[in-house]
Design a binder for this molecule. Structure first.
Ligand code: FAD
Length: 229
């Protein structure tokens, strides 16, 4: 198992939003990974000072914010209040540290033939959405709602002017419900907190008449659950 990990060096750590760090991992093992926007890596976040955590091989999943086939990728990690191994790793990691990960992999992928694209999720979902939005042509029709804890947690997304950022918890569903969408279904990408993703899918399918095939859902986290992937 261990030898399937790719290894790189942490070469940049910067705040990309108030509660989120953009962390760059670089190195020859990261060249030509065949990255597709929306995919993620599974990062080893075990604390090297705690041998038991290494033995258990703590992994946490992070979307790739940006990638260069010359051998670097960026992840953006939210420093949330219940900080588990992932958020703690983002606080502890330093330039020059080795980072080990599996992937990239994942099924949160753009459907290029969609009449329009609907993005809904929270600030963790915005990392994958950012990569996906950058990959869309400027002419693509985009709608979306992103929930963050405040304006300081907005990410610099392409086509941000076509997205609505909201800051009140529990209002993502209402905000999607109030979107003025075209009459026909497009394709929806739903990510972030698990129950909210399910509620938005239920709205699209049950109230707007979308087919389940039109909705790509990827729950990223759930209260009380640890390390979803
Ligand atoms: C496909 C995929 C892509 C993901 N991409 C990203 C990404 O780009 N950036 C990112 O930051 N995370 C992302 N996540 C979530 C990430 O994998 C971790 O779940 C998250 O960082 C929490 O890990 P942790 O070890 O800090 O906490 P854990 O030990 O996993 O969880 C501890 C507790 O913290 C709480 N919690 C977890 N996440 C949040 C949150 N966002 N807000 C509030 N409370 C929370 C929950 O109550 C949880 O029980 C992604 C997850 C998946 C499945």
């Amino acid at each position: 198992m261990l030898n399937v990990f790719r290894r790189g060096t942490v070469t940049q750590i910067e705040p990309i939003a108030e509660r989120m760090r953009r962390i760059r991992i670089s190195g020859p093992q990261l060249r030509e990974l065949g990255w597709v926007p929306g995919t993620h890596i599974r990062l080893r976040v075990g604390d090297p000072r705690q041998p038991r955590s290494w033995l258990r091989g703590f992994l946490r999943t992070y979307s790739i914010w940006d990638y260069s086939p010359h051998g670097r990728l960026d992840v953006c990690v939210l420093d949330h209040p219940a900080a588990g191994p992932g958020a703690l790793w983002s606080r502890r990691v330093r330039i020059g540290d080795t980072a080990a990960f599996l992937g990239p992999e994942g099924r949160l992928l753009l459907r290029g033939d969609a009449p329009y694209h609907l993005f809904a999720g929270d600030e963790t979902a915005a990392v994958a959405f950012g990569a996906m939005l950058r990959a869309l042509p400027a002419s693509a029709a985009v709608h979306g709602v992103i929930l963050a804890s405040g304006p300081g947690d907005r990410l610099p997304l392409a086509q941000n002017d076509r997205l609505t950022w909201i800051y009140r918890p529990d209002e993502l569903l209402a905000a999607v419900r109030s979107l003025d969408l075209p009459g026909q279904p497009g394709v929806a990408y739903l990510a972030g907190e698990a129950r909210t993703c399910q509620a938005v899918r239920a709205h699209l399918v049950g109230e707007r008449g979308w087919s389940r095939r039109d909705v790509v859902v990827k729950p990223f986290w759930a209260p009380g659950r640890r390390g979803m992937d």
